[in-house]
Write a protein that binds this ligand. Sequence first.
Ligand code: OAD
Length: 239
Amino acid sequence: MKKKIAVLTGAGVSAESGISTFRDSGGLWDNYNVEDVASIDGWYRNPGLVLDFYNIRRKELASASPNAAHLAIAGLEKDYDVTVITQNVDNLHERAGSTRIIHLHGELTKVRPEDSCNDRDGFSEAKVFDIGYGEIHLGDLSPDGVQLRPHIVWFGEAVPKIESAIDAVEAADILLIVGTSLQVYPAAGLYRYAGRNTPIYIIDPKDVPAYDRRITHIRNVATAGMEEFRRILDGQKAD
Ligand code: OAD
């Protein structure tokens, strides 16, 4: 039976594809007020501003491609049973070939009516649909006549997929974390669900606020860090 790897990713895994991170200097939250464009209150205050923000993100994604880190994560499936848990709303893991992906914070290329909320019971998946890299504007309605909103989990909303993410981390033989500042909960607390003796690898060029004897910090960017991680795995196989 293949060993199980859970991979938790954040904006840093897509940085080398040219997609801005949030909290690095020059990142998205330097240029936008997070409360205005990524919170449920912001949506009710000024939905047009929110739609524009995600229209720009979708356009940026259309011209981006998976990088060597996304490809290396997809490549792990050859030897391991891999679940990717991503905070990213881009589709670069899919395009790199990963087959089991939990999108904790939603997906940029999907929309749903604004009344299908993101509460404890989740939303009706049946109402979610793909718009690819197109734009949505005020006045764009679902088939039942309701304003469309991005299929994104905003601050102030529940995270419906967190339970399946916890299950994947609990079941993992190895946990890999790539390119997240671990500032946003509940995603930031997921590593605590790893088994007592499960090794945890963190790939990030900067310090991250996770302190645990199980952690090995690979202090590198995602692409080079994934090469290092692969070498560690291959070394273990040879032992
Ligand atoms: P952040 O921008 O908070 O953190 C990005 C992390 O990636 C930092 O730790 C960087 O050091 C690291 N990094 C930068 N370049 C990298 C590279 N080339 N390779 C590897 N790592 C690199 O992004 P997230 O942790 O993903 O949510 O942010 C979490 C959530 O906060 C996002 O999903 C988003 C945001 O607000 C919502 O919008 C709801």
